[in-house]
Design a protein around this ligand. Structure first.
Ligand code: BGC
Length: 754
């Protein structure tokens, strides 16, 4: 799983070529339905199908229904009990659209079960685009074999706040990392003949008041942060659909924002696919259609009315919306269905290979868990040590985030019945128990305490060679955590166990950064995120060194809320679990406080030291960098360096290239990275090209990307704050995309080993 991005692009390209020729070979063409001719391009096929469509058929295509029962709405006949459904257009040979959530696996129907990937943040922490691709392909294979042809995946909102309830669905705070990880996950999904979305476009960075909140940010700052993540994800993965979000952007609902949809997405980025709404995110017919929304999702259940039927037909009849716009909406949807293979490779029920899929989930967790502390080399554990396993339902399974993306195992919920029972619950645990997995590794005695009684837990810890405490934080769509504190008595539990036995390892199963008031008292801390279908196995394999932790933080880890751009989330206390999001107070959130300087850039700008920086993560060995040079070649900035494994164990390193633009003070940007697996004593000589998109600023006055003239400092980092290697190049002013450079040059890393 260590393909470079360059290899991956070649791999994707070859796969597509093979498919195109194989598909073309066996396609008998019905002259009545020329759009089914696989030799034609998606654009040609969409144009032909559109020409044959009646107005009613077009209006069928531009809206979906909820695919399940809800609030008295019966499930439509033919739906699969999931997020979205549209009946087949049989006359045209077009299948029903069956839409499934989401990026971590097939979420519904819950009872059927599916393989859960670990959190999106775990995949991002791997810094491994090939792993993201493999995860996407795995969940899409399961979806296709359940009859789905659209996956509502591709969460690309930036993590601007560790308390945001959906961080576990996203890929961190950096636009390049998010764009490449999410883009590759999308490419993996679409390789299985499904349309993937990228969502939630855009700036849906908090759940509190998400249906009414206005994310206020200057346009150039948006372009250089959240929108850049989407731009790179789209460039990399070519999702068939973009899902516009619930929130408003600078007071305009995103699903009716002409600038966001028409100007940025469709004009500037030349996006050829379709925009679908989030569920309940449509507020108008003509305004939304004219702004660029192409498909209304589940309006009969979640919107005030179905806007893209009678109201939109009336707007066409009155001339307010031209017929050409309706045609464009239908054409874009058709184009994506053809381009992604939905028509040529119909989704049909087929057996699912759960054992193989579980391995994909396990590998993602093993590559993405981040070792935050390992005092005195407490880890890896020795099999001979006796162990007290404590808390976190570790005897049963591992936690999953809640809301529409929650995936339940085919074996069911390992800890049923915990609140909340209603949306955004249920609270689901994957039946992969860390306790059993630890017991399989340990030859010494293994005991368990559930942590509800602190004295009992401390007593078991004192009687054992080591204690492993599992702490958890359930987060879900529709609400944010008001604070960074771990819920319940868990901080007191960890402190007491650590007092009883300093050889205490804490394993975090959580949405992301939380306060760690006991950090200095414990021996080791492993950030396991929500660990996915094989989480228990993966955690035990990491603790015992079957595999070394290799994850690097895709988010900065603040000490506490006071270090954040917004120490308090407006109204977060009001958004208690289970409250419907509708009807929350209107809020405006000022994202211009940090602007484009999200996460580590904010801390650098303010001179604040977070508890752990972006890009940080330990392993069971250590790496040194040498021979760092930077130079320009073919108009690009390239860095070369040597990475050496200086420890006694094999391990994966992620050397990171940061660029400081002229006049940026201390604010650096991640411009590329490598991921390299080295045996003890082994070295590799590596080259990274700084992604040109990260060397530019958006020039709002002239509506273009500009690379300013001046001195660019390039630093090689173990993280965003720990550098070993620095150089500089002086570059002339240039516009991006440059004529010679292909748009969307991806991060690349070339290696030669010694
Ligand atoms: C979520 C989307 C999801 C949709 C369909 C919404 O509540 O925001 O991410 O795809 O529901 O379930």
């Amino acid at each position: 799983m260590n393909l470079t991005k360059t290899h991956l692009a070649t791999f994707i390209g070859t796969a597509l070529l093979l498919c195109a020729s194989a598909c073309a070979a066996d396609a008998p063409v019905n002259p009545q339905q020329p759009w089914l001719d696989t030799r034609l391009t998606p654009d040609q096929r969409a144009a032909l199908a559109l020409k044959a469509m009646t107005q009613d058929e077009k209006f069928q295509l531009i809206r979906t229904e909820f695919g399940d029962t809800n609030n008295g709405h019966p499930m439509p006949a033919g739906a699969l009990g999931s997020a979205g459904y549209q009946p087949a257009l049989t006359r045209l040979g077009l299948p029903a659209l069956q839409e499934s959530d989401a990026g971590l696996g097939v979420a519904k129907p819950l009872s059927s079960g599916a393989t859960a990937l670990p959190s999106g943040l775990a995949t991002a922490a791997s810094f491994d685009p090939a792993l993201a691709y493999a995860g996407g392909a795995m969940i899409a294979r399961e979806a296709h074999r359940r009859g789905f042809n659209i996956m509502l995946a591709g969460g690309a909102d930036l993590v601007r706040d560790p308390r945001n309830g959906r961080n576990f669905e996203y890929a961190g705070e950096d636009p390049l990392l998010t764009g490449l990880i999410v883009g590759n996950a999308i490419a993996g999904i679409q390789s299985e003949h499904l349309v993937s979305t990228v969502k939630h476009y855009a700036l849906n960075d908090l759940e509190t008041a998400r249906n009414t909140l206005s994310a206020d940010i200057s346009r150039s700052a948006a372009r250089e942060s959240d929108l850049l993540a989407f731009e790179i994800a789209i460039d990399t993965g070519h999702p068939g659909s973009v899902m516009c979000s619930y929130n408003r952007l600078n007071t305009v609902y995103t699903c009716e924002d002409d600038w966001l949809l028409n100007t940025v997405l469709k004009h500037d980025w030349h996006y050829p696919g379709f925009v679908m709404s989030d569920w309940g995110a449509v507020h108008s017919a003509a305004k939304a259609a004219l702004a660029g929304l192409d498909q209304e999702s589940a309006g009969e259940t979640f919107d005030n009315q179905v806007y893209f039927d009678r109201p939109l037909r009336a707007a066409v009849a009155s001339g307010q919306v031209p017929q050409s716009r309706i045609d464009d909406m239908a054409r874009r949807i058709l184009r994506s269905l053809f381009a992604d293979g939905v028509i040529d490779h119909p989704a049909r029920p087929a057996p699912i290979h759960f054992a193989a899929d579980r391995k994909v989930a396990r590998q993602a967790e093993e590559a993405g868990a981040v070792l935050l502390r390992n005092h005195g080399a407490l880890l890896p554990l020795a099999a001979s040590q006796s162990v007290a396993v404590i808390g976190g339902h570790a005897d049963k399974g591992v936690l999953t985030g809640g809301g529409s993306s929650a995936v339940q195992s085919p074996e069911g919920n390992a800890v049923p019945g915990l609140p909340p029972s209603a949306w955004p619950g249920p609270r689901i645990y994957q039946p992969s128990a860390p306790l059993a997995a630890i017991a399989r590794h340990a030859h010494g005695k293994v005991v368990y305490a559930d942590g509800s009684d602190i004295a009992t837990a401390a007593r078991l810890a004192a009687q054992s060679a080591v204690a492993v405490v599992f702490v958890e934080q359930w987060a879900a769509e529709s609400f944010d955590s008001p604070t960074m504190r771990l819920p319940g008595n868990q901080d007191a539990l960890v402190a007491a166990v650590a007092r009883a036995n300093p050889h205490t390892v804490v394993v975090l199963e959580n949405n992301g950064p939380v306060a760690l008031p006991w950090l200095d008292q414990v021996g080791a801390v492993l950030e396991a995120w929500y660990p996915g279908a094989a989480g228990g196995d993966a955690i035990a394999r990491l603790l015992y060194g079957d595999v070394a932790p290799a994850g690097r933080l895709p988010v900065s880890w603040p000490r506490d809320e006071t270090q954040l751009p917004r120490p308090q989330i407006p109204g977060a206390g009001l958004a208690a679990i289970g409250l419907p999001p509708h009807g929350q107070p209107d809020q405006r959130v000022n994202y211009d406080i940090e602007g484009a300087d999200v996460g580590y850039r904010w801390y650098q700008r303010k001179g604040i030291a977070p508890l752990f920086p972006f890009g940080y993560g330990l392993g069971y060995t250590h790496f040194a960098y040498s021979d760092f040079t930077v130079h320009t070649a073919h108009g690009r900035v390239e860095a070369s360096f040597t990475v050496s494994n200086r420890g006694a164990r094999r391990g994966v390193d992620v050397p990171q290239l940061y660029a400081t633009l002229p006049g940026s003070g201390e604010v650096r940007r991640l411009a590329g990275w490598c991921r390299v697996d080295l045996a003890p004593g082994q070295s590799a000589h590596l080259h990274v090209v700084a992604d040109p998109r990260l060397l530019t600023r958006f020039d709002e006055a002239h509506q273009r990307w500009l690379r300013p003239a001046g001195r660019y400092v390039l630093q090689l980092g173990h993280s965003a704050t720990d550098f070993q290697g620095e150089g500089a190049v002086t570059l002339p002013k240039a516009e991006w995309p440059a004529d010679a450079a292909p748009h969307g040059a991806a991060q690349s890393c070339l290696a030669s080993r010694g």
